[in-house]
Design a protein around this ligand. Structure first.
Ligand SMILES: Nc1ncnc2c1ncn2[C@@H]1O[C@H](COP(=O)(O)OP(=O)(O)O)[C@@H](O)[C@H]1O
Ligand SMILES: [Mg+2]
Length: 206
């Protein structure tokens, strides 16, 4: 499903020496696989995920999604791919402040033109139940803790039933329940359905 072929990403910050953030990475991820990327901060995890998502362009090498070179696609086709086939959990909560919890979860579905349908709303509510926020559907982000906001993001990432889920240190904000767990791992997974148990912001996280 995902193929990275000799991928490099070098940043050239103005006035500073070039930074080789990702070097000669070859990676193949098949449907049904769950990949955890570990490394200390600055080791290139976010850059690697951005490369997989097509959010960063490789300096050299290729990123393929289902055999297609992501950078051969138009902006529109890339956006479609991200919206319809990928789910994202970024490292920092990224909710729209003017929308409620439920509306935030429904947003990717709205972009996909699927918002009005009742099963979708039910799915969003169910996902919010799974992450333990059934009683916060009409709360706004500012009324939630950082960890709760991140759980909304996890629900949002799954609403369009993505084939590929990218999560950048998804548990780093998950309060007391994430204590003792590595906060420096990012994940690539291909969820067949719903929320893999190891993602759940409950003590089930391994
Ligand atoms: N936009 C950028 N411009 C310049 N350097 C960057 C940029 N983004 C990341 N880097 C550098 O690339 C390296 C890898 O960063 P990053 O992928 O964020 O690592 P991680 O997610 O593992 O903490 C770091 O040295 C960082 O400073
Ligand atoms: Mg990072």
């Amino acid at each position: 499903m995902i193929l990275l072929n000799q991928v490099n990403k070098t940043y050239h910050p103005r006035g500073n020496a070039a930074v080789a953030a990702v070097k000669d990475v070859n990676l193949q991820v098949e449907s049904g696989e769950f990949v955890v990327i570990t490394g200390r901060s600055g080791s290139g995890k976010t850059t690697l995920l951005n490369l997989v998502a097509g959010l960063a362009q490789p300096s050299s090498g290729q990123v393929r999604f289902d055999g297609v070179d992501v950078w051969s696609l138009s902006d529109r086709a890339q956006a479609f791919l991200r919206n319809q086939r990928m789910g994202f959990v970024f490292q920092f909560p990224s909710l729209l402040q003017s929308l409620t919890t439920l509306e935030n979860v429904l947003l990717p579905a709205m972009f996909a033109g699927r918002d009005g349908k009742k099963p979708l709303r039910e799915r969003a509510v169910q996902l919010l139940e799974e992450v333990g926020l059934a009683d916060k559907l009409s709360f706004y982000p500012r009324q939630l803790s950082a960890g709760q906001q991140q759980r909304v993001v996890v629900a949002r990432s799954l609403v369009n039933q993505p084939e590929l889920l990218l999560a950048d240190e998804p548990t780093s904000n998950l309060d007391e329940q994430s204590e003792g767990r590595s906060s420096t791992s990012s994940r690539i997974s291909t969820p067949a359905a719903g929320l893999p148990s190891c993602w759940s912001p409950t003590p089930a996280i391994s």
